[in-house]
Design a protein around this ligand. Structure first.
Ligand SMILES: Cc1cc2nc3c(=O)[nH]c(=O)nc-3n(C[C@H](O)[C@H](O)[C@H](O)COP(=O)(O)O)c2cc1C
Length: 314
C-alpha cells in the first residue's frame, strides 16, 4: 500500500459516518476510515449498515473491524469485502471502552501481541483472493508500552500499514500523545507505511509531524470534528475561520447526506454531538448550543439552525 504524506481523517465512533467523511474529502482529507464495526455482529447477521455504508467519492476508504479472535475477524472481513469492496480492511486494536474490553476485543488484545499477529495473519490470508490489504490501528500497549513486540508481530503477519495513537489503552486520552514512538515505529516498519494519530490541533502541526517522525500519514480526529476546515487549511497552507453561516451550511449538508443511510430522526440525534462542537470559538457558543440541544425533532433542529444563522440565539 502506498501512502505518501497524507493527511487522514481519524476514525471516530459516532462522528465519522459516510456523510461527514464525504464533506471532509471535499475539504481535503486524503483518506478516510469508518468507525469500528463489530465483527461478531457481522457474521451472525446483525450487519450495521449505517456504519458500513460509503460512496465512491470517499475512496480510499478503510472499513474498520473489531473482534475477539482470528476466526471471527477474518470471516467478517471476507463478508465485508465481498459486499462493499473497501480499499482496505483495518483492524481496531485501540478502543478500550468498557463494553469492548468486556468482550475481550479491540484494545483488550494489546495485552496479547501474539494474538494480534494471528488475527492479522489470518485476515491477510482470507483476503488474499480479493487483493484487499489489511491495516491495523493500535496504541502503544495496554498497561505498558510494548510497541516493539506488537510491531514485530503485525509486520511478520503481513500488515500493509499501521496507524499508531501513541498512548497506552490505560491512558485513555490523558497525558500527551508521544510522537517519538511514531518515529520509532517508522524505523521498525521500513517500507510499511506508518500513520501517526494524536493531539494534532492545527494544520501547521501536520508538516511538523511529517518532518519530526518521517511518518507517511498524519491523522486528525477531534480537531476535525470542531473544525473540518482544518483539511482545507492544510492543503492551502493558510488559516481559515468559517463563518457561522458556513458552519450551519456544513451541518445541514451533512444532515441531508446522512438521510441517505440513517433514519431521519436518528440522524438528527447523532449529529447533535457534532453540532455541540462545531461552533467552538464563536462568541455566544453556549447560547447557540442551548438553542440547538433544546430541539426535539428534526424540524425543530433545522429551524433552530436557521435561527442561529440569523444571529438569533435566545
Ligand atoms: C469520540 C471518539 C471516537 C473514536 N472512535 C474510534 C474508532 O471507532 N476507531 C479507532 O480506531 N479510533 C477511534 N478513536 C481514536 C481516534 O481515531 C484517534 O486515534 C484519537 O482520537 C487521537 O487523535 P486526536 O487527538 O486527533 O483525536 C476515537 C476517538 C474519539 C475521540
Amino acid at each position: 500500500m502506498e501512502i505518501k504524506r497524507e493527511v487522514i481523517l481519524a476514525p471516530m465512533a459516532g462522528y465519522t459516518h459516510s456523510a461527514f467523511r464525504r464533506l471532509c474529502r471535499e475539504l481535503g482529507t486524503d483518506r478516510v476510515y469508518s468507525e469500528l464495526i463489530n465483527a461478531t455482529g457481522l457474521i451472525y447477521g446483525r450487519e450495521e449498515r449505517e456504519l458500513l455504508y460509503f460512496t465512491e467519492e470517499e475512496r480510499p476508504i478503510h472499513l474498520q473491524l473489531y473482534g475477539r479472535n482470528p476466526e471471527e475477524i477474518s470471516e467478517a472481513a471476507v463478508k465485508v469485502v465481498k459486499k462493499y469492496k473497501p480499499n482496505a480492511i483495518d483492524i481496531n486494536f485501540g478502543c478500550s471502552v468498557k463494553k469492548v474490553l468486556k468482550a475481550k476485543a479491540a484494545g483488550y488484545l494489546l495485552q496479547f501481541p501474539r494474538e494480534m499477529g494471528r488475527i492479522v495473519e489470518e485476515t491477510v490470508r482470507a483476503l488474499k483472493p480479493y487483493g484487499t490489504p489489511v491495516t491495523a490501528k493500535i496504541r502503544l500497549g495496554f498497561y505498558e508500552d510494548n510497541l516493539e513486540e506488537i510491531a514485530e508481530e503485525l509486520l511478520k503477519a503481513g500488515v500493509s500499514a499501521i496507524a499508531l495513537h501513541p498512548r497506552t489503552a490505560k491512558q485513555g486520552f490523558s497525558g500527551k500523545a508521544d510522537w517519538n514512538r511514531v518515529k520509532d515505529l517508522k524505523r521498525l516498519a521500513g517500507n510499511i507505511p506508518v500513520i501517526g494519530s494524536g493531539d494534532v490541533r492545527s494544520w501547521r502541526e501536520v508538516d511538523e509531524k511529517f518532518e519530526e517522525t518521517g511518518c507517511n500519514g498524519v491523522m486528525i480526529g477531534r480537531a476535525a470534528v470542531s473544525n473540518p476546515w482544518i483539511f482545507k487549511e492544510y492543503k492551502e497552507k493558510k488559516s481559515y475561520t468559517a463563518s457561522i453561516s458556513e458552519r450551519v451550511d456544513f451541518i445541514l449538508k451533512e444532515l441531508f447526506l446522512m438521510w441517505e443511510f440513517f433514519e431521519r430522526e436518528k440522524a438528527c440525534k447523532v449529529i447533535k454531538a457534532q453540532i455541540s462542537q462545531i461552533f467552538k470559538g464563536i462568541k455566544g457558543k453556549a447560547k447557540i448550543n442551548n438553542r440547538i440541544m433544546r430541539s426535539k425533532t428534526c424540524k425543530e433542529l433545522i429551524e433552530n439552525l436557521e435561527e442561529v444563522r440569523r444571529g438569533n440565539t435566545t
